[in-house]
Design a protein around this ligand. Sequence first.
Ligand code: SF4
Length: 499
Amino acid sequence: MFESFYNGRILIVDLAKGTTQEESLDEEMIKQYLGGAALNTALFEKNADSDPIIIGCGPLTASFAPGSCLGVMTARSPLSRQLVHVPLTWQTAVETKLSGFDFLVFLGKAPEPVHLWLHDELADIKPSSGINEKDAWEITDFLREEYGDESIQVLGVGPAGTKGSSASRVSENYWGSKDKFALGAVWGEKGLKAIASRGLGFFTQPDEVFPKAMELKDLLLAGKIKGKGGLLEMLDSLGANGKAKGILEKFSHRRNACFNCPYACNEFLMMEEEPASRKRSDKEEPGLQINNVSDLLALSPFGEDSLELLRKALKLGLDPTFCGLIIKKKGLDAPGAIKELDRLAREGGELGKEDLPNFSGVSPWPEEVKMESFLVQALGVFSNAVPPRPVIASYEDFSISEDPVERAQWWMKRQGIAYVLGLCPQLALISPELKGEDMVELLKAGNGWGELSVGKLEEIVKNMIVSSLKSKEGEEDINQSLKPEGFDESLVKLKEKFA
Ligand code: SF4
């Protein structure tokens, strides 16, 4: 019944024993949790004794639906001590799903670092001796060469994750990720260095799915994103600082979209050649791709030097937002900041101890924002590498009132739906035309699941958020600078919505 959206396979990787085992993804599980962050949460709870890492796809991941690139990584953050969900965009989760696996569950700790190679419905655990000391760029190159395919997608941790730094993050190929919760350190602690996947599979879908998905894509293209693209438009709509915009205007070379996305927001900046040149560069490292508007905003106060800093952070597997706060506090110049990135990769740091803005150790969205955005970041369930408010579109476009609690509740639900279905959570904030009803229709057309409804989808999302919030160990600790007047009362009201 669900084979048009899932392979039906969960891979259990026992890192301590060095073994893999397959479990079937049965219909009852899908009916109860649908997929993505909700099924990840159920798998996390089932294996809670091993403090697992779960990587999962939604039913729409790798489908014809617009923005269907999303995979979700779920684990307990070493910063906030809470179950968190990180969106994997670009092509990494698509490749995992097409290699034959819908969900990956990592248990225990490897005695020696390992990596996982997924291909053709096969999973091999391999020693990582060749890549332990390598940075995120070298790991990607190494694994693509090792397995002989330039299209291999790599999730990996650079030196920061290997050393357990609190400023680390998991990287998707060369260009960082939307991990703001230091899950790179969790990988490092478990001895998981990388996952390489290459998928040549496909899902046969009923005839009505493709035209419905194309209709939806056309609707989006004719909506708020009509004639728009790239990071510059996003920065404009967010009212972002002039330095970040100046960098884009000067260095932007081309835009790339994640799998099946109608809004190309990944921007390649050319550093070593003329940005306007259309010739293929023969330089080894001609520039860098920014997949994440918060990365650019965090380091843009350094002007053009920020690109060198970003390149360094990407290689080391560091979260630029976390690093940007520490660097700013220390008042370092560009050479000093480069050295500081090396130190942060080795030793990490604590934003709280430095009296820097943080939500239970997690760095905030790097621009000044309003109450509603602080509220969603305080809950800390979803990544704030995705803007904590609408972008390109406005709250009005989504018919949301000015009440901060209502706005925050809306953001949480909107993100939750994207994280469960396997759609980009950023596109969900850009395109008000993307509606739950259409997604449900698409799923029904694909699998004939008559009883699925928007109400059921929202219930699944709410349960996932409730479970994630309940998982918190220790007290919430929010820096005073992130608490505007009335914040505590509003946070209580928001939490009541997810109790
Ligand atoms: S909106 Fe940006 S991050 Fe999201 S799928 Fe599209 S290109 Fe990727």
